[in-house]
Design a protein around this ligand. Structure first.
Ligand SMILES: Nc1ncnc2c1ncn2[C@@H]1O[C@H](COP(=O)(O)OP(=O)(O)OP(=O)(O)O)[C@@H](O)[C@H]1O
Length: 466
C-alpha cells in the first residue's frame, strides 16, 4: 500500500482532536463488482443470452429537458407538477432510461444511489396508466415499509393535479400495501374501487394474492425496486419469483428492475431471460459502470480498539460538525439477544445522548422497533433541522434524506454492497456539488476487509489518524 500524502484536515476552529488524513492510493481496484448470485444453477450449454446492454462511461450533458423527453408520453398535468416541484433537467439515468422505457422495452435500471431511479420508473408508470379504466395497472415492489411510504409520497405528489388544471374524469389513485398496514382496510378498498397504482412490500402483496383479494392480470407495468436486495432476502425471494412467473406473465406486462447494485449483472440479465422474469430483449441500462458511487463522496476510515469506538465516534462527530448524519450500527445477533444484552444501537444512542454536546437531535431506527416507532423516527428526521440517526441497515436501502452530509459506519458493513448503500444515503442532490463523507471506524483486523470493499467498489479510502 502506498502512502502518497499526509496533510492536516482544516479543523482549526474546533475544540476537538484534530485528525490527520493519510491518503492511500488503491492500485488494485478491479472492475468486476460481484459478490452474490441470484439463482444457483449450473450453466447449461444453451445458457448464452443476447446481452442487451447500454452503459455510459462519461456523463453526457443533457440536451433535452425532462419535459421534452417525456412529452407525448406522460400526461401534461404530471409534467407540470414535475416542473413545479423542481424536476426540470434530467439526471443521467433519466436521460438514458426513459427513451427505452417509453419504447416499451423491459429494463434493468442500474445506476448510482441518489441518481433519480424512482422518478424514472414513476414517469414510465404515468405514461402507461389509463385512469378511465377501473383496475390495478401498475405495481411497484419495494423491500421495506419505509421505502414504500417514500415512493408512495412521490407518486401521489406527481399524480396530484396542479392548481388551475380542471378535474376531468377520474384521477389516478395510489394504494400503499405495506407491511404493518391494515390489510382489512385494503381489502375493502380493492373490492370497492381498485386503485390505479399499487406500491407494495412482497409479503403484504403475496398475502392479498394468496387470498385472491387481488389479481395481477390487469397489471401493465411491474417495477421491482432494490431488486438485488429482494432476490437476496431469504424471506422474500420465493414470493418474488412467484409474483414474476405464476401470478402474471412477462409477455403481458412491461417489467422494470432497479437498483444501484446488481452484483454479477451479466448473470442477472441471463437469469431474467432464462427464468422468464423479463422478455428476451430486456435492456440493461448501466449508468457510470466504472464509478458505482457518487464521485463527490469522500471516503475515510479510522482505526481504533473496540473499547475506544464510542469515544472515537464522538470525536469524529464533534470535529466534523455535520449538518446531519447517520450512524450505521450492526444488527444484534440472536445469541446476544438471547443473552439479554442491549443492542449496539441502544448503546450508541444512549452514549451520544449522554455525551454529545452539539445541537443535533438524536434518533433511533432499527428493525426491532415497531412500525409506529420507526415511522415516528423518520417523520422527525424529515422535519428538517440537524439530527443524528443511529440506525441498522434498515435505513441503508432507498431512504432519501437529501440534507444528509455525513455517514458513519460505527460497525463495518457486512458486504461491499452494504457499504455502497450505506454510503449512498448521502450525496442525494443530483445537481449539487455539496461535499459529503462516509467514515468507517474499524479495528486493526478489519483493515483488509475494508481494502477488499475498496477494490470491489473502486474507491480510495483516506486514513484519519488522531
Ligand atoms: N431530475 C431531477 N432533478 C432534481 N432532483 C431530482 C431529479 N430526479 C430525482 N431527483 C431527486 O434526487 C434524489 C434521489 O432520487 P431517488 O430517491 O430516486 O434516488 P435513487 O436513484 O432511487 O437512489 P437509491 O438507489 O439510493 O434508492 C431525490 O431527492 C429526488 O427528489
Amino acid at each position: 500500500m502506498d502512502t502518497h500524502a499526509v496533510f492536516s484536515l482544516s479543523l482549526s476552529n474546533l475544540p476537538f482532536p484534530k485528525f490527520r488524513v493519510i491518503r492511500h492510493h488503491n492500485k488494485h481496484a478491479s472492475s468486476s463488482y460481484s459478490s452474490s448470485s441470484y439463482i444457483h444453477h449450473s450453466r447449461s450449454k444453451h445458457s448464452v443470452v443476447n446481452l442487451n446492454r447500454v452503459s455510459s462511461f462519461t456523463t453526457p450533458k443533457a440536451l433535452l429537458s425532462l419535459k421534452e423527453i417525456c412529452e407525448g408520453h406522460v400526461p401534461n398535468h404530471v409534467l407540470r407538477r414535475m416542473e413545479d416541484v423542481g424536476y426540470v433537467m434530467p439526471t443521467d439515468v433519466q436521460t438514458q432510461a426513459l427513451p427505452s422505457l417509453f419504447s416499451g422495452r423491459d429494463c434493468i435500471i442500474h445506476a448510482q444511489t441518489g441518481s433519480g431511479k424512482t422518478l424514472t420508473y414513476l414517469l414510465l408508470i404515468f405514461s402507461i396508466i389509463n385512469t378511465t379504466k377501473s383496475s390495478v395497472q401498475a405495481l411497484v415492489l419495494v423491500p421495506t415499509r419505509e421505502l414504500g411510504i417514500q415512493v408512495t409520497k412521490v407518486a401521489r405528489m406527481l399524480a396530484s393535479k396542479p392548481s388551475g388544471v380542471e378535474e376531468d374524469q377520474k384521477s389516478c389513485t395510489i394504494m400503499a400495501l405495506l407491511d404493518g398496514g391494515t390489510l382489512k382496510r385494503h381489502k375493502s378498498w380493492l373490492k370497492a374501487e381498485p386503485p390505479t397504482i399499487v406500491i407494495a412490500t412482497v409479503a403484504s402483496l403475496s398475502q392479498m394474492l394468496e387470498r385472491q383479494f387481488f389479481m395481477l392480470q390487469s397489471v401493465r407495468v411491474l417495477v421491482v425496486d432494490e431488486v438485488d436486495f429482494i432476490f437476496n432476502s431469504s424471506k422474500q425471494t420465493s414470493s418474488l419469483r412467484k409474483l414474476l412467473n405464476s401470478y402474471s406473465s412477462c409477455n403481458n406486462r412491461q417489467t422494470v428492475f432497479a437498483s444501484a447494485s446488481i452484483p454479477q449483472h451479466r448473470r442477472f440479465v441471463h437469469d431474467c431471460v432464462q427464468q422468464k422474469w423479463t422478455k428476451s430483449d430486456v435492456v440493461h441500462i448501466h449508468v457510470s459502470p466504472v464509478e458505482p458511487m457518487p464521485s463527490r463522496l469522500c471516503h475515510r476510515f479510522i482505526i481504533c480498539d473496540t473499547k475506544r469506538k464510542l469515544e472515537t465516534l464522538l470525536s469524529l462527530i464533534q470535529s466534523d460538525a455535520p449538518e446531519s448524519g447517520i450512524i450505521f450500527v450492526g444488527e444484534q445477533s440472536e445469541k446476544s439477544k438471547k443473552a439479554g444484552n442491549s443492542p449496539s444501537t441502544s448503546l450508541v444512542s444512549d452514549f451520544l445522548k449522554a455525551s454529545y454536546q452539539g445541537s443535533l437531535d438524536i434518533f433511533l431506527l432499527e428493525d426491532d422497533m415497531n412500525f409506529n416507532s420507526r415511522a415516528a423516527s423518520l417523520l422527525e428526521v424529515r422535519k428538517g433541522g440537524g439530527y443524528l440517526l443511529v440506525a441498522t441497515d434498515i435505513a441503508a436501502r432507498g431512504v432519501d434524506l437529501p440534507e444528509m452530509s455525513h455517514i458513519y459506519n460505527f460497525d463495518l458493513p457486512r458486504t461491499a454492497t452494504d457499504y455502497l448503500h450505506r454510503a449512498g444515503r448521502t450525496c442525494r442532490k443530483p445537481f449539487s456539488d455539496m461535499k459529503c463523507s462516509v467514515t468507517t471506524i474499524i479495528v486493526p483486523e478489519e483493515r483488509f476487509v475494508l481494502q477488499k470493499y475498496e477494490n470491489e467498489l473502486m474507491f480510495n479510502c483516506e486514513e484519519l489518524i488522531p
